[in-house]
Design a protein around this ligand. Structure first.
Ligand SMILES: [Fe+2]
Ligand SMILES: [Fe+2]
Length: 261
């Protein structure tokens, strides 16, 4: 029996959390999901995550990943070490709090989940390539390995996928919030998608109202972005993995609308 992983794209604000909570039980049941991973870097009003929101999402998610917005809420800098399910990118400074990977037991199989962040058009960080290589070298016995690669440039994402093809079960990319249609299994058994998309409002710009975004683009006025609330969808993917070899045997994209109330 393959291990079935649900990966949920960046949950944006309250509308994103509402969408997740409403749809996830049905999706888990339909795809017979064993483990659920979600990117939560935008869960708190679009910017970061708080302990309260971690606790709100906790019953639905097994591993929460982050990215460039991981530290947006000050309280999480001190709290992250106590929040067992919450990761931040692996390739940050060694002085950065928190952890970049976790290991879970799923149906008796050890599963490594790691979070890495790109460097092209992103804030400075260590090399995600070398950081993940180093991590994998520490756990050669764990075959099932899933990576959230949080990056801006599709070139860096694709290069990352090719580099780790056959070394990890899945490279699921996040950050750009727009789901791409290039999901595939690479020749050596790694499931790959350049962006898994976003959970929340799909009537704006990356989950935020387009009015404020347009102020920036038309007038160079940096208005604070506000989460939008309509056309709610859960974007994600389901990856099926052979527990003996760690190779992916299927990847299916999901973009499920929340029926309007
Ligand atoms: Fe995001
Ligand atoms: Fe991001």
């Amino acid at each position: 029996m393959p291990i079935k992983v649900l990966f949920v794209g960046d949950i944006v604000g309250k509308p994103g959390r509402k969408t997740l909570k409403s749809l996830i039980d049905g999706i888990k049941k339909r795809y017979e999901i064993d483990i659920t991973i979600a990117n939560v870097e935008n869960a708190a009003d679009g910017f970061g995550i708080t302990k309260k929101i971690y606790n709100e999402l906790n019953p639905y998610i097994d591993v929460m990943t982050g990215g460039n917005h991981s530290w947006d809420k000050d309280e999480i800098i001190d709290e992250i070490i106590n929040l067992r399910k919450l990761l931040r990118p692996l390739n940050l400074s060694p002085l950065s709090p928190g952890r970049g990977f976790t290991i879970l037991s799923v149906r008796g199989v050890e599963v490594l989940v790691a979070n890495a962040m790109g460097r092209v058009f992103m804030n400075p960080s260590e090399s995600p390539f070398f950081a993940l290589e180093e991590l994998l070298s520490v756990f050669p016995m764990i075959k099932v390995r899933i990576v959230d690669f949080h990056a801006e440039a599709t070139s860096e994402k694709q290069a990352f996928g090719w580099h780790f093809d056959g070394q990890v079960s899945a490279v699921i990319c996040t950050h750009t919030h727009v789901q791409t249609a290039d999901e595939r299994i690479l020749p050596n058994g790694t499931a790959y998608i350049s962006d898994v998309g976003m959970t929340g409002c799909h009537d704006g710009v990356l989950g935020f109202g387009y009015e404020e975004a347009l102020e920036r683009f038309l007038k160079n006025i940096p208005k604070r972005l506000k989460v939008c609330k309509s056309n709610l969808k859960l974007d994600g993917c389901v990856v099926e993995i052979d527990p003996d070899t760690g190779k992916a045997i299927g990847i299916t994209r999901i973009s499920e609308p929340l029926p309007s109330e």
